[in-house]
Design a protein around this ligand. Structure first.
Ligand code: AMP
Length: 298
């Protein structure tokens, strides 16, 4: 197993100005693994409950996503959130940890040999426990969210120290490093251990910071945004999927990985749940990547 993704597999209630879904397939690992599956064959480390619909598992397996690291017990993690007209900010109404509350990940033997590890948004305690079991990872990407910054900061800092690429959105970067300035936040993050920090700015693109370089990725000018849930996870999944498929970690390839991340994130926002990610093909991804390239020429 070359690539493993630890995160949540969830049932989401989501409301946006353009519609609403209840009990829809979601979760950070789900979005990330699906986006990564356009590049590589990931395995998921997570927990679901007895109530989780089998059709979702069948769909993920059919897509080539490995589920040996997916435990089943109790009730599925649930998230209830909404977006107002500023679709860059998710507002949480309810987070039900359920099975996640006492989840101790136990990696299948094949997963311990993973070279690429995406610690997607989940309890930092789980992120640490996953990392401790992977024998010799080549590249670790970590994501998080305000919920964990506010509730488990100490453990989160330990995870960041062991991370190669840290992903944060702009609000999280400001909150974690207590500064309004994103450049300062990124430099603080680089001092902790990661060799690259990516700050996602929703529909406005993403910034990649490495020791002495800075890359600014544009956002895709989408006219039809229905639901941004999972954009950050799709970004991260595509990013690590590209790294795992190329095995190159230099700044130049990180830039390309960021652009694949932006591409998958932009597709994801076009429909609720995973519907858009399920409908696109490699040609659609390459076409949008080309449009991104052309957008920056002048
Ligand atoms: P994103 O929009 O990329 O930040 O991620 C949205 C997904 O994160 C949703 O499908 C939720 O199920 C999941 N999620 C929400 N809150 C949490 C949390 N505290 N920890 C992990 N995953 C979460």
């Amino acid at each position: 197993m070359e690539l493993i993704i630890a995160g949540t597999v969830a049932l989401d209630d989501v409301k946006t100005p353009f519609g609403e879904v209840k009990g829809a397939l979601g979760g950070s690992a789900t979005y990330a693994a699906y986006a990564a599956s356009h590049f590589s064959r990931p395995g998921i480390v997570s927990v679901i409950g007895e109530d989780f619909p089998k059709q979702h598992l069948d769909m993920l397996e059919k897509r080539g996503i490995d589920l040996k690291g997916l435990k089943k017990e109790g009730k599925t993690f649930r998230w209830d959130g909404y977006y107002e007209f500023d679709m860059n900010e998710a507002k949480t109404l309810r987070t039900e940890l359920n099975a996640l509350e006492n989840f101790t990940p136990k990696l299948p033997e094949a997963y311990k040999k993973a070279k690429y590890v995406f610690l997607a948004n989940i309890d930092p305690g789980v992120q640490l426990a996953v990392l401790q079991q992977v024998k010799k990872p080549a590249w670790v990407v970590t994501d998080t969210m305000n919920f964990w910054i506010e509730n488990k900061k100490e453990e989160l800092m330990k995870v960041i120290k062991k991370t190669d690429t840290l992903l944060l959105n702009d609000g999280e970067a400001r909150e974690l490093f207590k500064t309004t300035n994103l450049v300062k936040a990124a430099n603080e993050a680089l001092k902790l251990g990661p060799s690259s920090v990516i700050i996602k700015k929703g529909e406005h693109g993403a910034l990649l910071f490495t020791k002495d370089k800075h890359f600014n990725a544009p956002g895709y000018p989408l006219e039809n945004i229905k639901d941004p849930t999972g954009c950050g996870d799709s970004f991260g999944g595509a990013l690590i999927g590209h790294l795992a498929s190329t095995k190159l970690h230099g700044e130049w390839n990180l830039r390309k990985a960021v652009m694949y991340g932006s591409t998958l994130a932009s597709f994801n926002a076009e429909e609720f749940s995973l519907e858009k990610l399920k409908s696109i093909k490699k040609e659609d991804i390459e076409k949008r990547l080309k449009e991104f390239r052309e957008m920056r020429e002048f």
